[in-house]
Design a protein around this ligand. Structure first.
Ligand SMILES: [Zn+2]
Ligand SMILES: [Zn+2]
Length: 275
């Protein structure tokens, strides 16, 4: 009996020690972090959304998994609706292959994007990049992955004003997670400093294409990254430009999708358009 009691005591001590060690390890490894939304401290773990936001803020960042067009991401009024092509895509498909996005351009996701864009919030852009990195690792586990990431270039004048390139900053965590480089040399904005009235028709047409692509884009599978997609027109011009330079394919990745059929409340274009 006493032998059994001793063994039981030893086993309890061993188990206590192991649990204590695992608790300490957990405590040391899971470094406390500040929530990217409310800035309160919390212990990150699990999926990207729970590594970036505290448990109270996580529900404010729902990933859109249904109720959108698979080709352009156009969101439908009912979030639980099936993933089916929208009217526009049934008539004409966009120039890119896959369209990936995290959520709808509204609520806290919109606030985070605006903070990253205008508030110089590097932490906000890093958080968005981590959400996008998870979208990509999920998607490309079953699809041919891209070889390079091209952030949609800012116009140099805007870049000077803002002091930071939001798409480039968002691309960094995606690059790290997919193990592919970010290439800012493959696509650039074409300067429109010449008054269009002084140009002939051909040069005016060229200026309407706001991008120019490098011949080095040839044969590459490209992931084009932007923060928000509304009509998709700018992304389409960029994708067409890369494809015209010989890119093998272009996939699009954006943090948020706004509907092209409604002005999102409080959008940059119309901050007080809706009640
Ligand atoms: Zn929070
Ligand atoms: Zn569509």
């Amino acid at each position: 009996m006493s032998g059994e009691g001793g063994a039981g005591l030893l086993s309890s001590l061993w188990s206590f020690g192991r649990n204590g060690f695992s608790f300490l390890r957990r405590f040391c490894v899971l470094e406390e972090r500040r929530c990217a939304c409310c800035r309160e401290p919390f212990f990150p773990e699990g999926k990207a959304v729970s590594r970036i936001f505290c448990p109270d803020c996580q529900p404010c960042f729902p990933r859109r998994e249904a109720g959108f067009c698979p080709y352009c991401g156009e969101p439908f009024a009912v979030a639980a609706a099936p993933v089916v092509p929208c009217g526009e895509c049934l008539q004409k498909l966009p120039p890119w292959n896959d369209f990936l996005f995290y959520g709808i351009y509204e609520g806290e996701l919109r606030e985070l994007i605006l903070r990253g864009k205008f508030g110089g919030g590097l932490d906000a852009l890093h958080a968005l990049g981590l959400l996008l990195a998870e979208i990509c690792t999920d998607h490309y586990s079953a699809a041919l992955p891209p070889q390079v990431i091209v952030p949609l270039p800012l116009h140099p004048v805007r870049l000077r004003k803002r002091g930071l390139d939001q798409c480039l900053e968002m691309a960094r965590p995606v690059s790290e997670s997919l193990g592919i480089p970010v290439r800012t040399d493959l696509l650039r904005r074409v300067s429109a400093s010449v008054p269009q009235s002084t140009l002939d028709r051909e040069n005016r047409r060229k200026l309407r294409q706001p991008f120019a692509a490098s011949p080095e884009a040839a044969a590459l599978r490209i992931l084009l990254l932007d923060d928000v997609c509304t009509t998709g027109a700018t992304l389409a011009r960029a994708a067409e430009c890369l494809l015209a330079a010989g890119a093998a394919s272009v996939d699009v990745l954006v943090a948020a999708r706004a509907s092209r059929h409604s002005v999102p409340s409080g959008s940059e274009a119309a901050p007080h358009a809706l009640p």
